[in-house]
Design a protein around this ligand. Structure first.
Ligand SMILES: [Zn+2]
Length: 492
């Protein structure tokens, strides 16, 4: 590696040179989804951002252990330890087992991430698979004197912890503000102070997701699972912890307190947070209807956009913004990304058949390569890398049109670099190739036959049949275009 990677550490708000704890190895933990509903597009943005980071670290030669959990218990409706367990609630509403809910939405999550061409993490541990580790962790925190039991539930004592180790480092909230701003719980809670958070909750008789523990039959607090699983698989101190911006407080702050109460040292060297995704300028929320699921975008079956957008268009659109900036989904922005993406794909596919010149190339490849690395080394600046890829495609088109030259060695290097950056690092795919792999040749043949029959119908003025064919194909998201050179089709 000839250049250094710099990343923005949310812990101190500064860009820092990345140095891994072990040479050439990186331990990275990212908070995964709570699997009680279809994965939210905003969450996909977070996971696509960390997929980019995972890919780039591997590209730089690091051996990365990437742990992303599945929350399948313990996440209550309200982040302040109140309400029903999200998964148990869904199970009750649908009269199915909680584990059926978990299975259904874990499969949905994995399918969606695969459509986005996100790599599978090294380990995907579940909260219910680590109850024993969580109970052990609570015992250790009690032993250190930072947790107390009341009526079968165990709470983390934030006030006592803060006297020894400052609380609020990540979110920049100090304890006085928290005391001032946390609402009192009207005597409904067993907590000593409203800032305290649950490590273990005694289950009410109706609560079905329950496990035995030294304190009661119950379930772990939401923040605990990430400390248990990150420590188990990455150690008491690891390199990178990531998640969505909304998890900074209280979730990540509580993770830090739990780990520090036992190990007396910062558990994570670099905290990375991906920003929000908004829809037409507003926060996405089911309650307001300003909401769209990934599957609804891909199929076009939604009331927000007029047309369907493919997984690669959405991925490309997301990567055209820096992971720390807010991204706003809108029809016009997505259409622009779709065009841009196609322009890159078209340019890249010309590489194989570019005419080779014998003179010096009209492009400074070394300078371009350095610019690409400089972009990614500057806190994973994917929009800048994409801008450089557009420059390369402009050059490819100029060579293709005979306006500029490229020699044999440079063509080989440029092809390799584009392959590295476009496919490996950005994780983009040529969806046309994909369609061909999935029986696309037969599909093309069958579609051409249908178009031929439609043209025959039109020639004999049987417009009823020709319209039926067009409309039925359109319902399947296959668009047909009549041009002066014949009829073509496009699968959306
Ligand atoms: Zn977490």
């Amino acid at each position: 590696m000839d250049s250094t990677l710099v990343l923005y550490n949310s812990l101190n708000g500064k860009k820092e040179t990345f140095k891994s704890i072990l040479p050439n190895h990186v331990g990275m933990y990212v908070c995964g989804p709570t699997v009680y509903s279809n994965v939210h597009l905003g969450n996909c943005r977070t996971f696509i951002s960390f997929d980019l980071i995972f890919r780039y670290l591997q590209h730089l030669g690091y051996k990365v252990r990437y742990v992303r959990n599945i929350t399948d218990a313990g996440h209550l409706e309200n982040d302040a330890d109140e309400g029903e367990d999200r998964i148990a609630k869904k199970a009750r509403l649908e009269s199915i087992e909680p584990m059926e809910v978990v299975q259904r939405y874990t499969v949905d999550f994995r399918d969606t991430m695969a459509q986005f061409n996100a790599l599978v993490p090294s380990i995907e541990p579940t909260a219910t698979g680590h109850i024993v580790e969580q109970i052990e962790l609570i015992k250790e925190i009690i032993e250190q004197g930072y947790a107390y039991e009341v009526n079968g539930s165990v709470y983390f004592d934030v006030i006592k912890f803060n006297k020894d180790i400052p609380y609020g480092k990540l979110s920049g909230r100090n304890i006085e503000d928290l005391i001032h701003n946390t609402r009192t719980l009207d005597g409904q809670s067993d907590k000593k102070n409203p800032q305290d958070f649950a490590l273990w909750k005694k289950a009410e008789p109706v609560h079905i997701m329950r496990w035995p523990s030294p304190w009661s039959e119950g379930f772990p607090g939401w923040h605990l699972e990430c400390t248990a699983m990150s420590t188990k698989y990455l150690g008491s101190q690891f390199d990178i912890h990531g998640g969505g911006m909304d998890l900074k407080f209280p979730h990540h702050e509580c993770e830090i307190a739990q780990a520090e109460s036992i190990h007396k040292k910062s558990p994570v060297n670099y905290w990375l947070h991906a920003n929000m995704l908004t829809l037409n300028g507003k926060k996405m929320a089911k309650s307001t209807g300003n909401n769209i699921l990934p599957g609804e975008m891909f199929s076009g079956e939604n009331s927000i956009f007029k047309k369907a957008f493919s997984p690669m268009t959405v991925r490309f659109f997301i990567l055209q913004a820096h992971y720390r900036s807010i991204v706003d989904l809108s029809e016009s922005a997505l259409e622009a990304s779709e065009k841009g993406f196609q322009r890159l794909i078209d340019g890249i596919s010309k590489l194989e058949r570019l005419p080779i010149g014998d003179k010096t190339s009209d492009f400074d490849l070394v300078k371009w390569k350095n610019k690409c690395y400089a972009a990614m080394n500057d806190d994973f600046n994917s929009p800048l890398l994409i801008a450089h890829l557009f420059d390369a495609v402009k050059y490819i088109n100029a060579v293709d049109n005979g306006l500029q030259q490229i020699n044999k060695d440079d063509l080989k290097d440029l092809s390799k670099l584009i392959n590295d950056f476009f496919f490996d690092v950005l994780g983009l795919l040529n969806e046309d190739d994909n369609n061909k792999e999935n029986g696309g040749v037969q599909l093309d043949g069958a579609l051409n036959l249908i178009l031929e029959l439609r043209n025959k119908a039109r020639a004999s003025k049987d417009f009823e049949t020709s319209d039926l064919i067009r409309d039925s194909l359109s319902e399947l998201n296959i668009q047909i275009n009549d041009t002066s050179e014949g009829t073509t089709f496009k699968i959306n």
